[in-house]
Design a binder for this molecule. Structure first.
Ligand SMILES: NC(=O)c1ccc[n+]([C@@H]2O[C@H](COP(=O)([O-])OP(=O)(O)OC[C@H]3O[C@@H](n4cnc5c(N)ncnc54)[C@H](O)[C@@H]3O)[C@@H](O)[C@H]2O)c1
Length: 325
């Protein structure tokens, strides 16, 4: 089959791309290599994919440029492109978030509909990368998808708006669409602005880890291969017609505090890792914890990688980058 992956050069998009290529699918990857973090890292993420004849890369900004027919003639779309990150979404930067997260999503959905209307086949299903940030400080944990979303960051607001667009295009135009609410994703290729990446980088350099807040905040961490599997399963259900879509949490099932992470890191590295605790950042939620029973029932989501194993794999990956530099 042939798939479009948006944000294909990013942490998660490149991992989905590699998984599709490994299974013999064709992939059209779209990315505009934003400078939210070093674009050279994104090019490195795609190094393996670019070796495949079945991979095509389109460098374009989804918020402004139209997708060519070759990108719309697909069996499904993994829509991962977004301006990520909670803390940078305040102030004048919000314009980038509305463009990359809301406008770009609407434009992808609209172009899929128009393409199908031009008689080019049925409208391709969409799996959209949403976020636990739509919940804000959820009253109930583990949190069910039925909890009232109440984001506390502009980023979360844009991720929720795009979910509503997926629902709107499903209801009004019959675009099969599923939103997956990812809970903090980690593992090889994790973005450099994310906590584990920063922590491991500091620990390998022998400098203290800088932590936002008192370290008692907790997260449900999800290993990258489990996120990829959740995406693939959600797509299979849409492509096979078993589902027209829905909204599901994808969480790894191990909710731990940042202090526990620092301890785990010390254990993995075999030496004491020091941490400096600082101020809480605006938009950071206190705790997250996913109830994944709906994802399990609908798409068989069953996370396989426990936190200790996954963290060790991220350490291994980051050590290999240090060794290669
Ligand atoms: N990493 C996480 O823990 C996490 C958690 C919840 C949700 N998500 C969501 O998952 C998706 C992937 O996240 P990630 O961590 O891989 O981020 P990432 O920044 O590594 O990847 C996103 C990619 O999208 C591209 N992009 C952004 N705007 C674009 C545009 N207008 N046109 C074309 N390309 C564009 C960027 O250049 C980047 O390569 C995002 O939608 C994010 O909101 C991630």
């Amino acid at each position: 089959m042939r798939f479009l992956v948006t944000g294909a050069a990013g942490f998660i998009g490149s991992s989905i791309t590699d998984s599709l290529l490994a299974d013999g699918h064709q992939v059209v990857g779209v990315d505009c290599f934003t400078d939210y973090y070093d674009p050279a890292i994104k090019r490195r993420n795609l190094a393996g994919a670019r070796e495949h004849d079945a991979f095509e890369l389109l460098e374009l900004d989804l918020a402004g440029a139209d997708l060519p027919d070759s990108a719309l003639e697909v069996d499904g779309v993994f829509h991962q492109a977004a301006q990520a990150g909670v803390r940078a979404s305040w102030g004048s930067e919000f314009a980038t978030y509305t463009q990359c997260n809301v406008l770009a999503t609407q434009r992808v959905l609209e172009q899929l509909v128009r393409h199908a209307e031009r008689g080019r086949g049925r409208v391709a299903p969409v799996v959209y990368a949403s976020s636990s940030s739509v919940y804000g400080n959820a009253e109930q944990r583990p949190t069910l998808e039925t909890a009232l979303p109440a984001p506390i960051s502009p980023y979360g607001v844009t991720k929720l708006a795009a979910e509503h667009l997926v629902d709107t295009y499903r209801h009004e135009f019959g675009v099969p669409g599923t939103s997956l609410r990812y809970f903090t994703v980690y593992g090889p290729r994790q973005r450099p602005d994310m906590a584990f990446n920063k922590f491991i980088r500091a620990a390998l350099a022998g400098t203290p880890i800088g932590v936002f807040g008192d370290g008692h905040q907790s997260r449900d961490f999800t290993f990258i291969s489990d996120i990829v599997a959740g995406n693939r399963a959600a797509m299979d259900a849409l492509v096979g017609g078993a589902s027209t879509g829905g909204t599901y949490n994808l969480g790894g099932g191990s909710t731990v505090t940042v202090r526990e992470i620092v301890d785990m890191l010390s254990e993995i590295l075999g030496r004491e890792v020091a941490a400096d605790f600082g101020d809480t950042q605006k938009g950071d939620v206190r705790h997250t914890s996913a109830d994944t029973s709906a994802a399990h029932a609908a798409i068989g989501f069953d996370p396989q990688v426990d936190l200790r194993t996954g963290l060790a794999r991220e350490v291994e990956w980051m050590q290999s980058l240090v060794d290669a530099s």
